[in-house]
Write a protein that binds this ligand. Structure first.
Ligand code: ADP
Length: 396
């Protein structure tokens, strides 16, 4: 014992009073338990926190006051101390007098008397509030993680949107430049040839007729282009009406092929066809179907080199008519095939100047769709391309 200790320090009564004052002043919960777990002492603030009178807690078993989910852990800690552990920390909720759970962080230590463990001292810090705060922090942390996740999804979406807009913008600029070029070329020849005719009154009739025919063709080309653009915007706005009536599709095909014989001949392309003898009636919009075939034939001629071949085949199937247009042209690369029915999509072929707007096949696909038909394409670069259309004979 420390030599500086006063004699009165050893006075047991005084010592007891000191301990009582300390216990009274202590804000935390203090229990002294006997080896059976019964409460032999509780400090006044501890009892107050639990809304009990001190005497009501005397001799109660500690486990009776503990909330059920903490009973096992408390028993374990109790047994550890009994078993000789010098200290044990654990958490447990106590029921207050009114049955409210109060969470304590508890430290337990054994008390020895004559070398034998006689009692256990528990000091509990009320951590209910702290736990509420940490729970709230955890809750906010989870919300923050979720918010960050949503922000990153939104950011990704915004980036995708941005690149989509950039892509659309690029497509739009390309379209504007294509269409300006497409409009300017026929206009330039119309103006050029008209001026030549106008400035030369002595021009031979033959030459004049040839120039006039060029002006007419270029004028038609212009009209076709403008119609394309109008058709597509009408189709997109849902403003196109399909006027269906029964007609002989074989006759229509003959007329469409006939209309392209000249331009095929101009490129030395052999245009042949294999059509059923019998008439085949289908319930469809004759004008639109004829335009569709016309566009496919135009493309076939446009993308087939001199001395190539184009063949149109029609097959009379049970409920459908199949129309196949194949050419021995330049073909479409496999990587471009999925996109050719998209608006303004044009296969990039550097070094070749084949005019176009990337609208023709959009129109074709939309018309076939409106008739509940199918269009498929097969192609091989340098070998040729085959478009196959299936149209229901009767209105579905
Ligand atoms: P365009 O006005 O450019 O011809 P289309 O929509 O008609 O537009 O066709 C889209 C693209 O598909 C074209 O740029 C062309 O490269 C390709 N294409 C269409 N038909 C054929 C074909 N018969 N042979 C080769 N390529 C073709």
């Amino acid at each position: 014992m420390n030599a500086n200790y006063d004699k009165q320090d050893l006075d047991p009564e005084l010592l007891q009073r000191k301990i009582d004052i300390i216990l009274d002043l202590e804000e935390d919960l203090i229990f002294i338990l006997n080896k059976a777990g019964l409460i032999t002492k509780v400090n006044s603030n501890g009892a107050l926190t639990l809304e009990f009178k001190e005497e009501d807690l005397q001799n109660r078993h500690i486990i009776d006051l503990i909330a059920s989910k903490y009973k096992v852990e408390t028993m374990k800690a109790f047994n550890d101390i009994i078993g000789g552990k010098p200290e044990r920390a654990f958490e447990a909720s106590f029921y207050s007098y009114r049955g409210i759970e109060i969470l304590f962080g508890i430290n337990a230590k054994p008390l020895y008397s004559n070398g034998k463990m006689s009692e256990i001292v528990l000091i509990g810090k009320n951590i209910t509030h702290l736990r509420e705060i940490t729970d709230e922090i955890e809750n906010l942390r989870m919300k923050l993680i979720e918010a960050n996740r949503l922000i990153s999804i939104e950011r990704q979406r915004a980036n995708q949107h941005k690149s989509l807009l950039e892509e659309l913008n690029k497509i739009k600029s390309e379209f504007v430049s294509n269409i300006s070029h497409e409009l300017r070329t026929p206009l330039a020849s119309i103006i050029g040839f008209s001026e030549t005719i106008d400035s030369d009154p002595d021009m031979p009739d033959e030459m004049k007729a040839e120039f006039n025919s060029t002006i007419l063709n270029e004028g038609k080309r212009l009209a076709r282009l403008i119609n394309d653009v109008l058709d597509i915007s009408k189709l997109e706005g849902g403003g196109i009406d399909i006027v269906k009536f029964k007609f002989n599709v074989i006759l229509m095909l003959n007329e469409a092929i006939e209309a392209h014989v000249k331009s095929a001949q101009a490129k030395n392309i052999t245009l042949s066809w294999e059509l059923p003898e019998e008439e085949i009636l289908i319930d469809a919009d004759k004008e639109r179907i004829s335009q569709t075939i016309g566009r496919l034939l135009n493309n076939a001629i446009k993308f087939t080199n001199e001395k190539g071949r184009i063949k149109v085949i029609a097959k009379n199937l049970f409920n459908e008519i199949e129309i196949i247009i194949s050419d021995t042209g330049i073909g479409i690369p496999e990587t471009d095939l999925p996109y050719i029915f998209q608006k303004f999509y044009r296969v990039s072929r550097p070094g070749t100047e084949i005019p176009g707007t990337g609208l023709g096949l959009v129109f074709v696909k939309q018309i076939i769709d409106l008739h509940k038909g199918f269009i498929t394409v097969q192609s091989e670069v340098g070998k040729g391309t085959t478009f196959a259309i299936k149209l229901p004979k009767n209105h579905i």
